[in-house]
Write a protein that binds this ligand. Structure first.
Ligand code: AMP
Ligand code: MG
Length: 416
């Protein structure tokens, strides 16, 4: 890949799209896989296509409670003779002939000979005689064998994530183990002399190390194996040693803090001693000082220290990169155009992620409200937000009623 040194944007800021494209182009999926029990595979990414070992449904069955009938030779006003019952798991053993019917319940196998189910609300019953209020079509209220999936058909693709629906589908097909990609091992640490672990009283000028908890929360839902390396002081030697060691042992190393141009911002210097700097500084607010590089066998992401910048750079850069490394197919974050309720302030220059709340208006139309308190240190508004409002670099803000782009937090992964 183009290294920082011969980058035409040297010293400047890379647009997010450019940075992400370069990072994703550099990263190859790890491509190591393993067999896992279905439950342990929850959240993992499939390493092989899955083909159906059976038809689904495996047998033709009733879609409703009612009466199974033979549609040929049905005549209005001529009653049918009730000859038996079919329940889910308890099929009717015989063959149905015209003039006969079987009481049937949802999920029960349709008896041989029958080709429709008349729903129970559409019949009149007098003892063993069943009068139909209308004449059914062949196939009515029946779920045919193989109507959902044919044996041999591909039901899931390599690169699909195993969420609840995929697990349910595999179980319906009787598949109890799946071949999934191994999880990239992701080490993370925070840096800064001011950082204090939870449970220790704060000395003057110190703060709690919140970023490591943010990273824990951001990594946890992904198909990766996170390892917490703790805190590091603002010390070049110690940082370089930490990076070098982590670069030997992990697939990815993520740090927070010390990525900017302050006197104590040493991560870039530490990186260039033990690895390669590929890219630094993106035209994103908050999150400008992002570092991307390579240490031995690991990819390195140096995130800024400001708590909100950690979330923004992780969601926009680190998450798609980890997703690719983990074998997932490319995705786009869900972005929607929504009218804005209040005035949003912004200076032209960088792509900006503001914290917002999507609110359902009385007219049934979703609107977004920008929250007051957009400083990159203000985690409170991030915790109250349910979306980012994504304002383009050239934008100078928005007025009430203007349509803006939002990225909801919870459902931000959508495959092409
Ligand atoms: P830095 O990028 O190291 O200059 O840090 C920018 C700001 O983020 C400073 O106010 C730091 O105190 C703060 N910060 C850095 N690391 C953390 C952390 N792990 N948890 C909370 N705040 C942090
Ligand atoms: Mg610092």
């Amino acid at each position: 890949m183009t290294s920082f040194a011969d980058d035409p944007c040297r010293g400047g800021l890379l647009p997010l799209e450019t940075a992400l494209t370069r990072i994703l182009a550099a990263i190859e999926p790890l491509d190591a896989d393993e067999w896992l029990d279905l439950r342990l595979a929850a959240g993992r990414i499939l390493a092989r296509d899955v083909h159906a070992p059976t038809d689904l449904p495996a047998f033709t069955n009733a879609a409703m409670d009612g009466y199974a009938v033979v549609t040929a030779e049905l005549a209005p006003e001529t009653p049918l003779t009730l000859v038996g019952r079919a329940l889910a798991g308890k099929p009717f053993a015989g063959t149905l002939r015209s003039g006969q019917c079987v009481r049937i319940f949802t999920g029960a196998a349709v008896p041989r000979g029958a080709d429709a189910v008349v729903m129970q609300e559409a019949v009149r019953r007098e003892g063993n005689r069943i009068y139909l209020q209308h004449l059914p079509q062949s196939g009515e209220n029946i779920r045919p064998a193989g109507g959902d999936v044919r044996r041999g058909e591909r039901v899931l693709r390599r690169g699909d994530r195993l969420a609840a629906a995929q697990l349910g589908l595999l179980a319906a097909l009787g598949i109890s183990t799946v071949r999934v990609f191994q999880r990239p091992r992701v080490a993370y640490f925070s840096s800064g002399d001011e950082l204090t672990p939870l449970g220790t009283p704060l000395a003057p000028g110190r703060i709690y190390d919140s970023n490591r908890y943010s990273l824990y929360g951001l990594l946890h839902p992904l198909p990766v194996a996170p390892v917490d390396l703790g805190r590091q002081p603002d010390d070049r030697e110690r940082l370089a040693a930490c990076l070098a060691q982590a670069g030997e042992q992990f697939d990815v190393v993520v740090s927070t803090g010390g990525a900017s141009v302050g006197e104590a911002d040493l991560l870039r210097q530490a990186l260039t001693r033990v690895g390669e700097l590929h890219l630094w500084r993106i035209a994103v607010k908050p999150g400008k000082p992002l570092i991307f590089g390579r240490i031995r066998r690991a990819w390195y992401f140096g995130l800024p220290g400001n708590p909100v910048s950690v979330h923004v750079t992780f969601s926009q850069i680190v998450r798609p990169a980890l997703w690719r490394l983990a074998g997932g197919r490319p995705f786009r974050p869900l972005r929607l155009q929504v009218p804005c309720r209040n005035q949003l302030r912004k200076a032209a220059g960088r792509l900006e992620f503001q914290r917002g709340r999507l609110i359902l208006g009385g007219d049934g139309i979703w609107q977004v409200e920008g929250l007051a308190g957009q400083g990159s240190h203000q985690l409170t508004t991030l915790a109250q937000a349910n979306c980012y409002i994504v304002l383009p670099a050239e934008s100078t803000g928005a007025d009430p009623g203007d349509v803006v782009e939002v990225e909801p937090f919870e459902t931000s992964i959508f495959h092409d």
